[in-house]
Ligand binder design. Structure first.
Ligand SMILES: Cc1ncc(COP(=O)(O)O)c(C=O)c1O
Length: 457
C-alpha cells in the first residue's frame, strides 16, 4: 500500500531513528521528497520580496499566488466565494477573525467548551467590544455536545446583531468530530460560523463546496509537517467585507498618508496579510498539498481510522491481573464520529490515575512521542475530569503558585491526560509498539515520586 511504501522510502528516517511518533495533532511529519522539491525550487530560482514589478519580486508573487490557488482548490473552495489569507499559523487566523469581528454591545460569541485556547481567547475581543460570551458544554464520558442543547443556544439570537459561533471540526483533546451540519443549522438562525479545522484537515477531507462556514482556520505543518510558520484563514468574501481591522500595516493598504489621516485598504486577502508574507516557505505549501493529493486524503483517513480503532481497543481492553481496568479513555471509545486523537490515563490497580509525567518518562524510554496535560483545551479537560465551575472559582491560581501547587489545591488526581494521535505515515508497527509500552502499566502499584515539575497544563 502506498502509505507503507512512503514510510519505508520518503519517511525512512522515522524507523532509522527508532522513533514512534504519536503526536500528529501536535504536528505532522514531512516526507523527504517535500524538502527536496522545495530545496530544488529555491536553489534554481532567484526570489525577492513580492509585490513589486522586478523580475525576482514577480517570481515570488507568482509562487505565492500559486500557493493560494492550490489551497482553495485543495478545499474545493470557489475563488468567487472564498479568499485564502496566509497567516503564521491557525492561531494567527483565529486572531484575525477575533480582532476584526464587528462585535457590539448586545452581540454574542457562542462557542463549545471543547475548544483550543486560541479560540477561547477570542472572548477577550468580544468582551472588549461589549459582546456576551456563552459556552455550550460537552457531556462526559463521550465528550460530545448535546445537539438539542446547542440548538437552544443557537435559537437565542437577539435581532439584527453580529453573532459568531465557533467550534472545532475535530477536538484536539478527545478526537471528537463535531457535526459539520451545525454550520447550516447556525446559519439558519443568523450566526456567522468560525470553524477551527486545525486538528481535522490533516486526515479528513474538508469540502468547502458542501459546507460554507464564514471562517476556517488551519496550520499547514499539522497537515504535512513542512513548512512550519504558515497557516491560513479561509474566509468567505461576504464575511471578510464585514470585518473591521483594528489597524493597518505594510502590505494591507494601497496608500496611507502622514499629513492626512487617511488610508485606503488593499483589496481581498492582501488587506489581512500583515507585512511580508513568508514567500520562501509558501511554495512548500503547494508542494505539501500535492503530496497529500498524490496519496489521497481518503487513503490517509482510512488508515488513521483503522489504526485508531486498534489503539482504542488496546486501551479499553488493558486490564490488571485482578480484572480491573488499567486505562481510561476520555471521549468516544468507538471509532464513530471521531478522529485519530485519543486522550486517556493509565490507572493503577486501586483505580488511581498514574501520574502523566511518569507516563511521559516511560514513553520516552520506548522512543514514543506523545503528549500530556490539557493540550491548550481547558474546557474539554474540565469536563473529562469533572472539574466544576465552583471548584475553579473557589481555587485561587496566582502568580506565586506553580502549576503543581494548583493541581494539588483543586484536588486533581493528575496534571492532565495523555494524548496519542495518529496521522499520515502512522502504521501498525507504531500501534504495536504502543501496546508494548501500555503493557508496562499493567499491575503497576507504585509510581516513583522523583517527577519533574509541571510546566504547562
Ligand atoms: C484544534 C486546534 N486549534 C488550534 C490550534 C493552534 O494551532 P497553532 O498552534 O498552529 O496556531 C491547534 C494546535 O494544536 C489545534 O489543535
Amino acid at each position: 500500500m502506498i502509505l507503507d511504501e512512503l514510510r519505508t522510502t520518503d519517511s525512512a528516517r522515522l524507523d532509522r531513528a527508532g522513533q514512534v511518533y504519536l503526536d500528529y495533532t501536535g504536528g505532522g511529519l514531512y516526507a523527504d521528497s517535500q524538502l527536496r522539491e522545495h530545496l530544488d525550487l529555491l536553489t534554481q530560482g532567484v526570489f525577492g520580496n513580492p509585490h513589486s514589478q522586478s523580475p525576482t519580486s514577480a517570481a515570488s508573487t507568482a509562487l505565492v499566488e500559486r500557493a493560494r490557488a492550490a489551497v482553495l482548490a485543495f478545499f474545493d473552495a470557489s475563488p468567487d466565494e472564498y479568499e485564502a489569507i496566509f497567516t503564521p499559523n491557525a492561531t494567527g487566523a483565529l486572531r484575525l477573525v477575533g480582532e476584526a469581528y464587528p462585535f457590539r454591545p448586545g452581540d454574542r460569541f457562542l462557542l463549545t467548551f471543547d475548544n483550543h485556547n486560541s479560540v477561547n481567547g477570542i472572548r477577550e475581543f468580544a468582551r472588549a467590544r461589549g459582546a456576551e460570551t456563552t459556552y455550550v458544554p460537552s457531556t462526559a464520558p463521550a465528550l460530545r455536545v448535546d445537539t438539542g442543547q446547542l440548538e437552544r443556544y443557537l435559537d437565542v439570537t437577539p435581532g439584527e446583531h453580529h453573532n459568531l459561533f465557533a467550534f472545532p471540526a475535530q477536538s484536539n483533546f478527545s478526537g471528537v468530530q463535531h457535526p459539520l451540519a451545525w454550520i447550516d443549522r447556525a446559519h439558519s438562525s443568523g450566526w456567522d460560523v468560525l470553524l477551527d479545522a486545525a486538528a481535522y484537515v490533516p486526515s479528513n477531507r474538508l469540502d468547502l463546496s458542501r459546507v460554507h462556514p464564514e471562517f476556517v482556520a488551519i496550520s499547514f505543518y499539522k497537515m504535512f509537517g513542512w513548512p512550519t510558520g504558515v497557516g491560513c484563514l479561509l474566509a468567505r468574501r461576504d464575511a471578510l467585507a464585514r470585518l473591521e481591522r483594528p489597524w493597518f500595516s505594510g502590505g494591507t493598504i494601497v496608500a496611507a498618508f502622514v499629513q492626512r489621516d487617511y488610508h485606503q485598504d488593499a483589496p481581498g486577502a492582501a488587506h489581512f496579510e500583515d507585512g511580508t508574507v513568508d514567500y520562501l516557505n509558501l511554495p512548500a505549501v503547494e508542494i505539501g498539498l500535492r503530496h497529500l493529493e498524490r496519496i489521497g486524503i481518503e487513503t490517509i483517513h482510512a488508515n488513521v481510522t483503522a489504526l485508531t480503532h486498534k489503539l482504542l481497543q488496546i486501551l479499553t481492553e488493558l486490564e490488571h491481573c485482578d480484572g480491573s481496568p488499567a486505562a481510561t479513555v476520555y471521549g468516544p471509545r468507538s471509532g464513530d464520529g471521531r478522529g485519530g486523537t485519543v486522550a486517556f490515563n493509565f490507572l493503577q490497580p486501586d483505580g488511581r490515575i498514574v501520574d502523566e509525567r511518569y507516563v511521559e518518562r516511560i514513553a520516552s524510554r520506548h522512543g514514543i512521542s506523545l503528549r500530556t496535560g490539557c493540550f491548550c483545551n481547558p474546557g474539554a479537560g474540565e469536563v473529562a475530569f469533572t472539574i466544576s465551575r465552583e471548584t475553579l472559582i473557589g481555587g485561587t491560581f496566582d502568580d506565586a503558585m506553580t502549576l503543581d501547587d494548583y493541581v494539588r489545591a483543586i484536588g486533581l488526581p493528575s496534571g492532565g491526560a495523555v494524548r496519542a494521535s495518529l496521522g499520515l505515515v502512522s502504521n501498525a508497527a507504531d500501534v504495536e509498539q504502543f501496546a508494548e509500552f501500555a503493557s508496562e502499566f499493567v499491575d503497576l502499584a507504585v509510581v516513583p515520586d522523583d517527577l519533574p515539575p509541571r510546566l504547562a497544563c
